[in-house]
Design a protein around this ligand. Structure first.
Ligand code: ZN
Length: 701
């Protein structure tokens, strides 16, 4: 993983990663599956159960997963395709092209368990020795810079980021980080479950230190000290909900000002060791966090810092260390935290590793094998239909003034569409990959990514870059770049199926496109202008009206529970829920327009707006496509949407996601949306009082 994640740039469709699954030869997933429907539950009572009930009964969570949905079925197919590519290029053949040598040898090295076991923990010795030799706290900045270059998340994060107020220029940024648990809440909440998890975490840290050669008593004491240090960092970390407001995480300052905040930590030494371009000013995302780092540098003994650095080094690289590390890591992060029962087969982990290290080399081969020009063309057509629906939606909004509408339409027109894969493939020629050296490859791949990231500092923003690899089953909107991105991996069934009618495809990929477009106008995206700058383009009155409507969505989803008693966080999931609701609405509008055009009605290609066709106006009722599988186009639209989200999940995973994932679980992504939509109630004949008819229906877009 890159050392520094842009704190605000992306509103993705779902949290990643979504790779790997159980079966060995995954079947093709249809765009719409009538056998997935559970007809024992009325659509108006629980639409999610209706659309997905039989699928859920047939598809329990596989033992190597914490969650299993139709997204994952597709990701599984993609992963099998990637395995085919990697197995072909992993034979040691001097005639291979350079990119095939790199991805093939990294895969082969990862698969070579014998070599990894043979080297043992000694492979990491040069790195642990560096830590052991630290003689003074003054050496910590350079030690952290070295670890950050290897992708280790220790103490804080550092990298490049667009300047929020001038998105075209890339500056340096530094952010909170350094926790081994998934969120600050895990350190600070005092309920029994949280306390129990903390206990298990300390045992895990101890065991990892023992595996690296520390005697048990010393490892136990170190693990407790690491926990104290991380708890202090957690306490100073900004909550996820607060981080959603860009104003809370934008504090541009000169290096000298940051230095004044942290007298015990020498930034000059850190920046020199990091080795990027000169840094004059930077975004210090959470200044209070860095005051806490300073306090810990002052008060915590050097020996504790060394244990902390060793722990994070081991943690980051567990996947390319011997089996004892892999199993210990899975035991805590897989079993305890997510409820998975079995480790994924090695090939799946190795495919994921190559995808993460060289996603655009592997992705290039994937695109050549699976994605034609026709895939790009049909997606572009759908995007155009969705953009024009959002335009109509904005124009007809009853609560927004003309002044703000003009701004919103300008932003909509400025959104760039990126489909399938990058125009220019990333150049990995300076990355050295060696057969039989899994750990070395990992460290060099991390260093390559970090160097590439730092080199952007001081340059203009490159909006053509992608932050997801082409085989990824996901999509995203970037506020700072004002573009929507659809990797090739998602542009296939169940999202887009050539064999399906328009209704199903608009419910699938149409709703995904609508979701990403709406992110430009959710509670976070609306704060950025057409050029990506953080800039308020709303009248005060319109902003108030927006907040009122967004508040309705926040309250609606806060009422939903998972794992028995855990409420969703309405404010954490607000952007995604707004995007889901807006996305389905404009996808539905786009479908209605497409059906009208196909019927030769108003707005159709043969009848430009404002005119009537030669045959005169034909009532839509009579030209409407016949039902398929017993469902009208409107019903198939909602079923196509609902079935994308069919999923099962362990209780542990549901709890974890309620804390860290800005996306609601599938059940609420579906029922939360349709219960707000009169279009749904009409399609299925629901009546006031039915569970899928909210008395207080919410609508932003
Ligand atoms: Zn999203």
């Amino acid at each position: 993983m890159p050392a520094f994640k842009n704190p605000i740039a992306v509103g993705a469709l779902l949290a990643m990663p979504a790779l790997a699954a159980a079966a060995d030869t995954p079947a093709k997933v249809p765009g719409f599956d009538p056998t997935a429907i559970d007809r024992s539950v009325p659509a108006c009572t629980d639409f999610y159960r209706f659309a997905c009930g039989n699928w859920m009964a047939r598809n329990p969570v596989p033992p190597d997963r914490a969650r299993w949905g139709r997204f994952d079925e597709l990701a599984e197919r993609n992963q099998t395709a990637l395995r085919g590519i990697l197995e072909k290029v992993s034979a040691d053949d001097p005639r291979r092209e350079p990119i095939d040598q790199k991805i093939g040898d990294q895969y082969a090295a990862c698969m070579d368990e014998g070599a990894i076991e043979g080297k043992g923990v000694a492979a990491l010795r040069p790195e642990t020795d560096r830590i052991d030799k630290l003689a003074a706290k003054a050496e910590l900045p350079a030690a952290l810079a070295h670890l950050h270059a290897g992708g280790v998340n220790a103490a804080f994060r550092f990298g490049s980021v667009p300047d929020f107020k001038d998105a075209n220029s890339v500056i340096a940024g530094t952010d909170q980080g350094g926790l081994g648990l998934p969120d600050r809440d895990y350190y600070l909440k005092d309920d029994a479950k949280s306390a129990d998890l903390r206990g298990k975490y300390v045992v895990h840290v101890q065991k990892m230190l023992e595996l690296s050669g520390e005697p048990p008593a010393a490892a136990a004491a170190d693990a407790r000290a690491v926990m104290d240090l991380e708890t202090a960092l957690a306490r100073a970390s900004l909550e996820r909900v607060k981080r959603r407001d860009p104003a809370n995480i934008y504090h541009k300052m000169k290096v000298a000002e940051l230095q004044a905040l942290t007298p015990a930590f020498d930034w000059k030494a850190y920046l020199a060791a990091a080795g990027g371009p000169p840094v004059a000013e930077l975004n210090v995302t959470v200044p209070d966090f860095f005051k806490a780092v300073n306090g810990q540098v002052e008060s915590v003994p050097l020996e504790t810092w060394k244990a902390y650095l060793r722990w994070h080094l081991l943690h980051e690289n567990a996947n390319v260390l011997p089996a004892a590390f892999v199993e210990e890591d899975f035991g805590f992060y897989g079993k305890t935290l997510t409820g998975a029962k079995e480790l994924r087969p090695r090939w799946k982990r190795c495919v994921a590793l190559v995808d993460s290290a060289m996603g655009e080399a592997l992705g290039r081969r994937y695109v050549e094998a699976t994605f034609g020009a026709e895939g790009k063309e049909r997606t572009s057509k759908m995007v155009a239909a969705l953009e024009s629906a959002l335009e109509r939606d904005i124009r007809t909004l009853p609560w927004m003034t003309e002044a703000t509408k003009t701004q919103a339409l300008g932003k909509l027109r400025a959104i760039a569409n990126k489909i399938g894969y990058p125009d220019k493939w990333r150049d990995y020629s300076s990355l050295r990959i060696v057969r039989g050296d899994a750990l070395g490859n990992e460290l060099r791949a991390e260093a390559f990514q970090v160097r590439r990231d730092l080199d952007k500092i001081g340059k203009a923003l490159d909006r053509s870059e992608w932050s997801m690899s082409p085989p990824t089953v996901n999509a995203y909107y970037s506020s700072l770049q004002n573009n929507i991105n659809f990797p090739a991996g998602i542009l296939q069934p169940p999202f887009y199926d050539n064999a399906m009618d328009d209704a199903v495809n608009f419910g699938g990929i149409g709703a995904v496109i609508g979701h990403e477009l709406t992110h430009g106008f959710d509670d976070q995206g609306r704060k950025f202008a057409a050029n990506g700058d953080l800039k308020d383009w709303w009248t005060e009155e319109d902003a108030k009206e927006f907040e009122k409507r967004a508040g309705c969505i926040a309250d609606e989803y806060a009422g939903f529970t998972v794992a028995g008693d855990v409420h969703l966080n309405g404010r954490l999931t607000l952007g995604e829920n707004t995007a889901d609701n807006g996305g389905v609405r404009i996808a539905h509008m786009a479908l209605m327009q497409t059906l009208a055009e196909a019927a030769g009605g108003p707005g159709g290609p043969k009848s430009p707006p404002g005119s009537t066709s030669e045959r005169g106006f034909i009532p839509r009722e009579r030209k409407k496509p016949a039902p398929i599988d017993g469902f009208t186009p409107e019903q198939r639209f909602f079923l196509g949407f609902g079935q994308v989200w069919c999923q099962n999940e362990t209780e542990e995973s549901a709890r974890l996601r309620a804390t860290v994932d800005p996306h609601s679980p599938g059940r609420y992504r579906v029922n939360g949306v349709v219960s707000n939509m009169p279009e749904f109630q009409q399609a299925f004949g629901c009546k006031a009082g039915d569970a899928m008819v909210r008395e207080n229906a919410c609508r932003v877009w």
